[in-house]
Design a protein around this ligand. Structure first.
Ligand code: FAD
Ligand code: FES
Ligand code: MG
Length: 281
C-alpha cells in the first residue's frame, strides 16, 4: 500500500499527489513512469513520475481526469492508500550537457517535461521551454519550470496567458531569431507531438517525444504498447517511452491509441450514472 501524503487540485480535472514510496523515489530518473492500480479491482494505468525526492522518500504524480480510473483516483484524499504503485518503469531520458535545449510541454504533458528540464539545467545546458495549453489555468507548474529555465515561453489557444497561438508558432519564432537547439523534447497530446515533430523536421531540429500508448503490464510482456520506430517494432514501456520523434510511425500510433474509445466512453458514462459523481470538474 502507498500512502497519499498530500493532494492538490492544480487545475480543473488536474490533480497532484505526493505519495510515500521510498524505494521508487531512490531509483527514479527523469522520463520514467509508474504503473498505478488505485484499488484491488481497478485497472493499472501508467503515470509519469512528475517529481521525486529520494531524501524524503516520496514521488509526485500529476494526472488529468479523462476516464473511469483517473476519476476514481481523483476521489482519493491525503491519508488514503493506493493499492499498487510499480516502478520506476521505462528508460530514463538521455540527459547531458547539450548546449541549448528546447523543452515543449502541452497540457498535462508539462508534468513530464518538468523533471527533464530541471535535470538538463542542473547539468549545465541552456534551457528554453515552451509551455502550451488551451487556456491560462491549464498551464501548470509555471513557477517550478521558471526556476530552471533560461527562457520560458507560454502559449495559450485563447491568448489568456502568454502568446496567443500554438507551441509550433513559438518554435517558428525561435527559429526566426536564429535559435538552433541541440536537442528538443516534446510531451503532450499525441496531435501536438506529431505537429511539433513536423515543425522540428522543417526547421532541422532533433526532437524526442514521450509516447503514451495504451499500457497494461508495463514490463514488456503483453505487447499492448507496441509502436513502430524507424520500421521496427518497439514496446514503449521498456524501449521508451521516449523515442526520436522523426522515426515514429504517427498514423499507426494514433490509430492504436483510439482503438478502445467506445468502450472507454461507455465505462465512464456508466460510472457517472451509477455515482452521479462530477466533483473533478
Ligand atoms: P479511459 O477512459 O480508460 O481512457 C481515456 C484515454 O486514456 C484513452 O483513450 C487512452 O488515450 C488513454 N488510456 C486509457 N487506458 C490507458 C492505459 N492503460 N495506458 C495508457 N493510456 C491509457 N496521464 C496523466 O494524466 N498524467 C501522467 O503523468 C501520465 N503519464 C503517462 C505516462 C505514460 C508512459 C503513458 C503511456 C500514459 C500516461 N498518461 C498520463 C496517460 C494515462 O495513463 C491515461 O490518461 C489513463 O490511463 C486513462 O485512464 P482512464 O481509465 O481514466 O481513462
Ligand atoms: Fe505490456 Fe508494454 S505494456 S508490453
Ligand atoms: Mg480506463
Amino acid at each position: 500500500m502507498f500512502k497519499i501524503l498530500s493532494k492538490e487540485k492544480l487545475a480543473p480535472k488536474e490533480y497532484s499527489f505526493w505519495i510515500d514510496a521510498p524505494r521508487i523515489a531512490s531509483h527514479a530518473k527523469p522520463g520514467q513512469f509508474v504503473s498505478v492500480r488505485a484499488s484491488e479491482t481497478g485497472e493499472r494505468i501508467p503515470l509519469t513520475i512528475a517529481d521525486f525526492d529520494a531524501e524524503k522518500g516520496r514521488i509526485r504524480l500529476i494526472f488529468q481526469v479523462v476516464g473511469k480510473s483517473t476519476a476514481l483516483m481523483s476521489q482519493l484524499e491525503a491519508g488514503d492508500e493506493i493499492k499498487d504503485v510499480a516502478g520506476p518503469l521505462g528508460k530514463a531520458s538521455e540527459t547531458d550537457k547539450f548546449g541549448t535545449v528546447l523543452l515543449i510541454g502541452g497540457g498535462i504533458g508539462i508534468a513530464a517535461i518538468y523533471p527533464i528540464l530541471r535535470k538538463l539545467k542542473q547539468l549545465g545546458s541552456r534551457v528554453i521551454a515552451i509551455l502550451g495549453a488551451r487556456t491560462a489555468e491549464l498551464v501548470i507548474l509555471r513557477e517550478e519550470c521558471k526556476k530552471y529555465c533560461d527562457e520560458l515561453i507560454i502559449t495559450t489557444d485563447d491568448g489568456s496567458l502568454g502568446e496567443k497561438g500554438l507551441v509550433t508558432d513559438a518554435m517558428k519564432r525561435l527559429a526566426q531569431r536564429g535559435e538552433k537547439p541541440d536537442r528538443c523534447w516534446c510531451v503532450g497530446p499525441s496531435v501536438m507531438m506529431k505537429f511539433c515533430q513536423k515543425t522540428a523536421k522543417e526547421l532541422g531540429w532533433p526532437i524526442w517525444v514521450s509516447l503514451n500508448p495504451l499500457m497494461l503490464d508495463g514490463t514488456g510482456m503483453c505487447g499492448c504498447c507496441r509502436v513502430t520506430i524507424d520500421g521496427e517494432i518497439k514496446f514503449a514501456c521498456v524501449d521508451g517511452p521516449e523515442f526520436d520523434g522523426h522515426k515514429v510511425d504517427w498514423t499507426e500510433f494514433m490509430n492504436r491509441l483510439a482503438q478502445y474509445r467506445d468502450e472507454e466512453k461507455i465505462s465512464m458514462e456508466k460510472y457517472e450514472a451509477e455515482t452521479g459523481e462530477k466533483s473533478w470538474l
